[in-house]
Design a protein around this ligand. Structure first.
Ligand SMILES: Cc1cc2nc3c(=O)[nH]c(=O)nc-3n(C[C@H](O)[C@H](O)[C@H](O)COP(=O)(O)O)c2cc1C
Length: 200
């Protein structure tokens, strides 16, 4: 069996960053093996510790395990291009943001930002455990929320497939060729001192 590439050998780490940030990536090759209930709980526990405005903790997560009717429902919400490789996943997770403050009912402008922070915690914890966790925006944005029984005031923001690492050569050819940890822009392209002066 061919193993997934190791981001720590492919990616160039700079400025003394913690290796976990570099280790996290979004593979598509999964084996079909189950992620345990304990592992899944650990991922949600990591998400729980994210920072949020007024400690609102706006994130909500729904999950479904492969082989259950819920899995079929969640899977049906994904676009075909994601279904193609997600079928070897173990769990699907819906990442949801509560759009108003519990404290006063006002609109919360950073609900999705905070929820994204929780998702990143989840993804980093998965990398630490050696579990694949691949976030996706490729889902049915119009009907997905209704299908998952998500009420108004809550925004389905992402889906995540979770699974055990698999053999990249078993992916469809064009996906197998892309199964490499990505690189990043130089710091100078995303960070500036002072006022905004980016070209793009
Ligand atoms: C919000 C979000 C949505 C994404 N949607 C998809 C998706 O629908 N399908 C997919 O294959 N990858 C998706 N990705 C994965 C990105 O392509 C990936 O994170 C990016 O290329 C950087 O690579 P890395 O995560 O391996 O470091 C998504 C990532 C994020 C954060």
């Amino acid at each position: 069996m061919t193993s997934l590439p190791d981001p720590l050998t492919v990616r160039e780490q700079q400025h003394g960053v913690h290796s976990l940030f570099v280790k996290r990536w979004s593979p598509r090759a999964m084996s079909g093996e189950k992620v345990s209930a304990d592992e899944l709980r650990t991922l949600f526990e990591a998400a729980r510790w994210a920072p949020s405005t007024y400690n609102e903790q706006e994130w909500r997560f729904l999950w479904a395990e492969k082989g259950t009717p819920h899995w079929d429902t969640f899977f049906g919400v994904l676009v075909e291009a994601n279904q193609e490789w997600c079928e070897k996943g173990s769990h699907l997770v819906a990442v949801i943001a509560r759009e108003t403050f519990v404290r006063n009912g006002n609109e919360n402008p950073v609900a999705v930002l905070d929820t994204g922070a929780a998702m990143q915690n989840f993804l980093l914890q998965a990398a630490e455990l050696g579990v694949v966790a691949h976030p996706m925006a490729g889902f049915d944005w119009e009907n997905g929320p209704k299908t998952l029984n998500i009420p108004d005031g809550f925004r389905l923001s992402a889906m995540i497939v979770v699974g055990k690492p698999g053999d990249p050569t078993e992916l469809p050819t064009e996906l197998a060729e892309r199964e490499e940890p990505t690189d990043r822009k130089e710091l100078s392209k995303i960070v500036q001192e002072g006022l905004f002066n980016f070209d793009e």
